[in-house]
Design a protein around this ligand. Structure first.
Ligand code: ZN
Ligand code: ZN
Length: 215
């Protein structure tokens, strides 16, 4: 199969490798969409300290479930995304249900090779149903989940003001979920275009330019 490998900072190269074989408790996904995260851009720039090279990038993924072992409720051929954080399952954080704090966390496309491939093997336990989302939408589940998680932890009460500092992709997700939770969002950034986008597309209550407005 074809793979796109970041050989070293500044160089992406097409290679070919064997298609992954089905392993116990794993699933094979035929990749259909790959979101480009800021992390991927930093990996390409060589400014992301977690990276070793060569590395196959890509962790915002959507695809078709080709085959699987031990994935109850899933069907061959269905559209899926998956959680690209491979936790160990037995460290103190994992045992306490804080799998995001796993001491041996392996992020797909960061610490281990990711989704810029035709077929990817992932742990079956991390598969997500599409719930009717298109491939384009499914590739956004991972970045949007970060904002959703933050908003859930903030326990926003309807009607309260929510200040979101930074109107990048993750910040936009935070704003959207904060509004769904009933918050009145104040977007804060130093980039005029991003603030205009928040006003015009997300219809946030207020947008403040931290470098020019009198806060
Ligand atoms: Zn990312
Ligand atoms: Zn762990």
């Amino acid at each position: 199969m074809k793979t796109l490998v970041c050989i070293r900072p500044g160089l992406l190269e097409y290679n070919s490798s064997e298609r992954p074989q089905l392993k116990k408790n794993h699933a094979i996904i035929k990749i259909k969409r790959i979101g480009i995260c800021g992390t991927d851009l930093h990996a390409f720039e060589g400014t992301q300290p977690f990276f070793n090279y060569p590395r196959i990038l890509g962790h915002e993924l959507a695809g078709e479930l080709v085959e699987f072992d031990n994935a109850p409720g899933f069907e061959k051929g269905e559209s899926v995304s998956f959680i690209p954080y491979y936790n160990c399952g037995h460290c103190i954080a994992c045992r306490n249900g804080r799998t995001n704090c796993c001491v041996q966390m392996q992020v797909c496309g960061v610490h281990v090779d990711g989704g810029m491939v035709e077929y990817l093997s992932v742990p079956s336990s991390l598969l997500l149903h599409s719930e009717g989302l298109s491939f384009d939408e499914l590739a956004l589940v991972e970045p949007l989940a970060i904002g959703a998680h933050g908003v859930r932890r903030a326990a926003i009460v309807p009607g309260e003001f929510v200040l979101v500092m930074g109107a990048g992709p993750i910040g936009l997700g935070v704003m959207e979920f904060a509004q769904i939770a009933g918050g009145k969002v104040i977007a804060l950034d130093i980039n005029k275009e991003r603030l205009r986008f928040c006003k015009n597309k997300l219809h946030v209550a207020h947008a403040i330019n931290a470098s020019t407005d009198d806060i």
